[in-house]
Ligand binder design. Sequence first.
Ligand code: GDG
Length: 465
Amino acid sequence: MSRLIVVSNRVADVSKAVQSGGLAVALADALRERRGLWFGWDGTVVSDETPIGLTISQSEQVRTATVPLNQRDYDEYYVGFSNNILWPSFHYRLDLGHIDAKSIDGYRRVNQRFAQSLAALLEPDDIIWVHDYHFIPLAAELRALGVRQRIGFFLHIPFPPPDIFLAVPERQWLARSLFSYDVVGFQTAVDTSNFIRYVTEHADGEEKGENSITAFGATTKVQAFPIGIDVDAFYAMSHTPKADEQIQRLYRRSMASSQVIGVDRLDYSKGLPDRLRAFRRLLELYPENRKMVTLMQISPPTREDVAAYSDIRQELEGLSGAINGEYSDFDWTPVRYIHRAVPRDTLAALFRGSQVGLVTPLRDGMNLVAKEYIAAQDEEDPGVLVLSRFAGAAEELAEALLVNPYDTDEVAQALQRALTMKKDERSERYDALIKRVRKHDVKNWRESFLNELRDSRHPTSPETA
Ligand code: GDG
């Protein structure tokens, strides 16, 4: 079996994967099985004068190779181009992007440097799997160094429609760079068709059948691979004696008989202020919920160096304070807002102990929280998922209560419907949802991507500009 090389911006500790969740869980098993190497940033920032060295370490048959970023790289590649341009524009938020030529240079420079460090570690039969928007040009840089191994790319965030992509600086270079990969994976059919539309309408691209597309003198495979979770592991985590105790404690300490839960990094794409406004609207429109329902919103901090993130924090704190000021009583607090990370097993217990999972991003690649909420439910008495139409997960999870997250009245009505839904309907929806979450679980995602990558070979490289 070929060795698997995973490249992602952050490299997780494989031995702690179960607690950290996300990509770490998704990739840890595959890396273990294939004597893998995980390559990326170590999360530290050093001064511009410090020489950048590679650190190699080993944990559970998985090697990690990491590098620090110097301050300039961090400002330009990470904060600048990745998180001030690509993240907002790929989430359809051109208004939040800050276009700056220096950050584009930094993005190219770091991709070039990462390619050089990685190329030196490669063996002839390796399969390389590159993750996310930080590394769109990595394969092109590797190819320029003579790397001929199979390289796949998976985009965890949405790919925007052509009209939006047209406003992204260096869009043609980014699109051309993707043709240096053998397989390009997106989360959903919508993202895939957005990319195909851009390439066919603006780059003379041509679809060749069997998911192949040709443009810039090269051919690549383009396909949706919806990411999932490890359903059994998450269910088990939410059904331990400790979880039972946590759920009991939750209700002993609160007057409320129902809990709505939201869990999201504090990111503007997650629709948090709109969600709080919808909850306030629920209390206005349906006063019987006062003293009966609590919204627990867990939002750990993220990317605090990006200005738009401190704005969202202030807005959220202001809104939860205003709702609590208006509606709280000595024995009930309507919004419990936690601005720090909670251990993963506690999250699993809280999902199970909440009657409604409220997942209302304004735009999201997939959204694993929606799948985790379903996986944690008791089969005999499941809760209800209220899900944004604009989360990638909505493409699969049609039996959730799908809402427009911008419409506070609609979300408030869906919340009321979820809180009053009879058990038969809850069970029927849950049965359909858990089947889908199981069908597209993390193993399926990983293996279908890697099988596609193993079987595909497009020896051409795109023409240079
Ligand atoms: C990107 C895309 C795509 C959250 N708070 C805590 C915590 N979490 C965990 C959740 C979940 C993960 O983090 C978040 O995953 P999401 O999918 O919801 O969102 P992003 O972080 O934006 O991820 C997204 C994903 O990549 C995968 O492709 O679905 O669309 O944006 O697992 O449970 N975990 C712990 N404490 C917290 O406080 N332990």
